[in-house]
Design a protein around this ligand. Structure first.
Ligand code: HAM
Length: 434
């Protein structure tokens, strides 16, 4: 057993899995950019209050799962910090801090990176996980709501998941939700004796959260609870209708799910989650999002609507593996510089450095194995060309060996970069006619 291991609930992404993540990150960057989103980075930690106010003090994410950061002893900055459990609150904090209300509206932002939740680890639930997140701040919808849902779905499809279901709900706003929450609280009070301790506490402080309780003892009670869709006010009901009409126009057919309320307090109106229907019994969303029309104000800005989603990349990678969708492994240069004299690492390092300076991706075998072993391992690692540094170098030449064809020829060192570029192009496309 090794003495040290990655902390519980975290894992190392070894090169194969890192390559799968990189593909998803690249797709996220390209699609977000194509849809008009600009990349932003926020710190991995924030003042804890950003999450307590933004996500909500009485939520699992803040009450149970926040990684609070202990500053070093003697630190005069006695701020309370926490690692970000999600990016939305930090992005909205940045929007307010940098006066983005004076930018052309709406502001479309995207961020992909690690998030931290001190959750009970299990398959698909980690303490450090990655999200692809997009946010549109300054557009009340309903068209943009549909555009956001369509982007989330299109992303998962392009990633390779053909069969994804969108669950959609509206959870009302400050005008209609209080009456519903009162009704919900009355319902749960009638069943107070059956509630687990945490849920009984939350009944007093934040009854809506009982609907997304992870406690199995709550499932039957939740199924029979009053539904929010019957309590929507006129403007919320109309907004919800129009979101659905816009979704229909772009061929997205959501499943209406009146019990879907999401686990974070900032949501208003549109709420959605994405699932793989084929993943039997695995009640884990690939992603989720919704509208948060009160969040900017809650974090000190002017009343401004917003909407966004987060997709869990760890879960997408896992789902792709389960569906048998393979992604290309880590890429390595297809040119390897080897040497006839194993000890002469100076020549090899010089040649590979010159190649890199000339823009050719190349690696060198800098160990002291015999030439045969160097060539063997170059071929095993998938290289197509070996540049052999031998006695010919005294006359200004090296030998370029095509490892697939088994052919080789002398090339002037001065022409090497150009020759390799040509050979690689031919290798990719086949020899040019004539
Ligand atoms: P969320 O539903 O809490 O929403 O997280 C979004 C996605 O992150 C989940 O659907 C899941 O795929 C992934 N995820 C969450 N927790 C874990 C975990 N412990 N391990 C692995 N994956 C996880 C949000 O975070 C909102 N900020 C989304 C949003 C953006 N709403 C509006 N804008």
């Amino acid at each position: 057993m090794p003495s040290y291991r990655s902390p519980r609930g975290t894992r190392d992404l070894l090169p194969d899995e890192r390559a799968a993540f990189s593909r998803l990150e690249g797709l996220a960057r390209d699609m977000a950019s194509d849809y008009g989103y600009q990349a932003i980075e926020t710190p991995l930690f924030e003042q804890a209050e950003v999450f307590e106010r933004g996500v909500g003090a009485v939520t699992d994410v803040v009450e149970k799962e926040l990684f609070r950061v202990q500053a070093g002893r003697g630190d005069s900055e006695r701020e309370r910090w926490a690692l970000r459990p999600e990016p939305t609150a930090g992005i909205v904090r940045a929007w307010v801090q940098h006066g983005m209300r004076t930018w052309p509206q709406p502001v479309r932002l995207t961020l992909t990176g690690p998030m931290f939740r001190y959750d009970r680890p299990q398959a698909g639930r980690y303490r450090q996980f990655w999200q692809f997140d997009v946010e549109v701040i300054g557009d009340p919808g309903p068209a943009v709501d549909a555009e956001i849902v369509e982007l989330a779905l299109a992303y998962l499809r392009r990633a390779g998941l053909g069969d994804v279901r969108v669950l959609l709900n509206s959870i009302g706003d400050a005008a209609c939700r209080p009456a519903y929450v009162e009704r919900l609280a009355a319902y749960f009070r009638d069943h107070e004796a059956d509630l687990p301790t945490l849920e009984r506490e939350r009944l007093a402080t934040n009854p809506l959260r009982l609907l997304d309780s992870k406690d199995e003892r709550m499932a039957a009670l939740i199924a029979d609870a009053p539904r929010i869709n019957e309590w929507l006010c006129g403007p919320c009901a109309e907004h919800f209708e129009r979101v659905q009409a816009h979704l229909a126009a772009v061929g997205v057919e959501p499943v209406l799910e009146p019990t879907l309320v999401r686990g974070l307090d900032y949501y208003t109106r549109t709420a959605f989650e994405l699932y793989r229907p084929s993943a039997h019994g695995q009640q884990q969303a690939l992603g989720g999002g919704g509208r948060y029309d009160g969040l900017v104000e809650l974090l000190g800005g002017p009343p401004t609507p917003g909407i966004g989603f987060g997709i869990g990349l760890d879960r997408v990678v896992r789902a792709l593996a389960e569906e048998g969708v393979t992604s290309p492994g880590p890429s390595t240069p297809d040119v390897v510089v080897v040497g006839a004299d194993p000890e002469d690492t100076i020549r090899r390092l010089r040649v590979v450095t010159d190649l890199r300076r000339a823009g050719v991706a190349a690696r060198a075998d800098l160990g002291s194995r015999k030439l045969g072993k160097q060539l063997e391992s170059a071929a095993r690692e998938g290289a197509h060309f070996a540049v052999i540094c031998g006695d010919e170098m005294d006359g200004g030449h090296v030998v370029v060996r095509d490892l697939d064809a088994g052919t080789q020829r002398q090339v002037a060192t001065a022409d090497l970069a150009r020759e390799l570029a040509r050979a690689r192009a031919q290798h990719r496309h086949g020899p040019a006619a004539g």
